[in-house]
Write a protein that binds this ligand. Structure first.
Ligand SMILES: Cc1ncc(COP(=O)(O)O)c(C=O)c1O
Length: 394
């Protein structure tokens, strides 16, 4: 080869060596050279496993997908570019052969509501909302609205409601409706929704699974019933994660159980401490014996692992006082995410639930003095000191 050709070809596409790298490399290739056209033909036809084009599958993504499938105890997974891309793809997967009607949990992330109302409604998808903690209301909505699926969160954003996934899955099965569970807040360490009867489990892996605030991603894990449809559609519309993001997510997942255990411990300590703070009106945390879902929580969440999120209301505060409180934080990161190694605080009123109409916010119980805190892995005393200083300053 001459220099212009060498510059393009040298080093790449070496035959496999017997040594196996200890971690999966980042495969940036967009396409693969197959030994024969016949082999490529079989791969395109999905008659043979193999790589042809990264929109179909990529070795780095495949490694991450195998990892999350194993953690969620599912049949197979799809790594997507974001949690929202994963939610949209999950909805399209289960609704492909079903009525385009979505029954959505009332307590849910604001962008999920917008996905249904601003993105999918114009394409003919209808949505109705229901309190998934009221099983009779869900049963009535399944019978009356006849949805193709129910979508909910394991631990809801931001008020930390916990639904009875097993009971809801049984109701959905009877009504021939699929169940999609967003397991972002719980992670598979706390709850594995497929084991409780859900059909698809979705994660914003941006959060606890990746855990370091450096990558965006979404994961869907499906039962056998939906796996082929999910992959077949994604080969066409390509909502897939990039290989670098897959690598970073996989690297993060290796320590997620350690991080989440510590985050749960810190969150429980913060909830207890905030409950006795003079500037705090009310604390939302699933370890509370007076929590409205205490019985479901006792059945669903493992003892001592109630999640890393704590929400609380600041006494008599309006928007200006909450702004002041957040602006006074020194260590806790004021940013619109959660689940990272660093503690984070956010004001749902202007961020995660910004576009939720006022009447809907009131129905969900999101008040203007609510703060959402994601406990990090730092020393608990530093987190308390920072919160205390900001609560007193505000
Ligand atoms: C519960 C939940 N689901 C889904 C998403 C969307 O994930 P992403 O931001 O990765 O698209 C978020 C984002 O905050 C979330 O909190």
């Amino acid at each position: 080869m001459r220099i212009r050709s060498k510059a393009v070809h040298a080093g790449d596409r070496k035959p496999p060596k017997p040594q196996i790298p200890v971690s999966t490399p980042v495969h940036f290739a967009s396409s693969w050279v197959n030994t024969t056209q016949a082999e490529l033909d079989r791969i395109f036809a999905a008659e043979e496993k193999g790589f042809a084009y990264s929109r179909y599958t990529n070795p780095t993504n495949e490694a991450l997908e195998e990892l999350i499938t194993s953690l969620e105890n599912g049949h197979g997974s799809l790594a997507c570019a974001s949690g929202m891309a994963a939610l949209e793809h999950a909805l399209k997967t289960v609704l492909l052969d079903r009525p385009k009607r979505v029954l959505c949990a009332r307590d849910i992330y604001g962008a999920t509501i917008k996905l249904l109302l601003d993105v999918l409604k114009p394409f003919g998808f209808e949505t109705a909302f229901v309190d998934t903690n009221d099983l009779a209301a869900v049963e009535a909505a399944l019978a009356g609205f006849k949805p193709g699926c129910l979508i909910m969160e394991t631990i809801s954003n931001p008020l930390l409601r916990v639904g009875d996934i097993a009971a809801l899955a049984a109701l959905c099965k009877r009504a021939d409706s699929a169940l999609i569970v967003d397991n972002t807040f719980a992670t598979p360490l706390l709850v594995r929704p497929l084991e409780l009867g859900a059909d698809l489990v979705v994660h914003s892996s941006t959060k606890y699974l990746a855990g370091h605030g450096d990558t965006l991603g979404g994961l869907i894990t499906a039962t056998e019933q939906y796996f082929e449809t999910m992959r077949r559609l994604s080969r066409i519309n390509g909502p897939v994660m990039g290989p670098m993001e897959s690598y970073l997510t996989m690297r993060g997942v290796k320590t997620f159980a350690l991080r989440v255990e510590r985050q749960c411990q810190n969150a429980a300590k913060l909830a207890a401490w905030l409950r006795s703070h003079p500037a705090v009106e009310r604390v939302y945390y699933p370890d509370d014996p007076a929590h409205p879902d205490a019985a479901v929580i006792a059945r669903t969440l493992p003892e001592g692992l109630y999640g890393g999120m704590v929400s609380f209301e600041v006494c008599g505060a309006g928007r200006a006082r909450i702004f002041e409180f957040l602006d006074s934080l020194k260590m806790i990161v004021r940013a619109t995410s959660l689940g990272d190694v660093h503690s984070m605080a956010l004001y749902p009123w202007i961020s995660s639930h910004r576009d939720v109409p006022l009447d809907k916010k009131a129905e969900m119980g999101i008040r203007e003095n609510l703060v959402r805190l994601s406990a990090g892995i730092e020393d608990i005393e530093d987190i308390k000191e920072d919160l205390d200083g900001a609560l007193r300053a505000a």
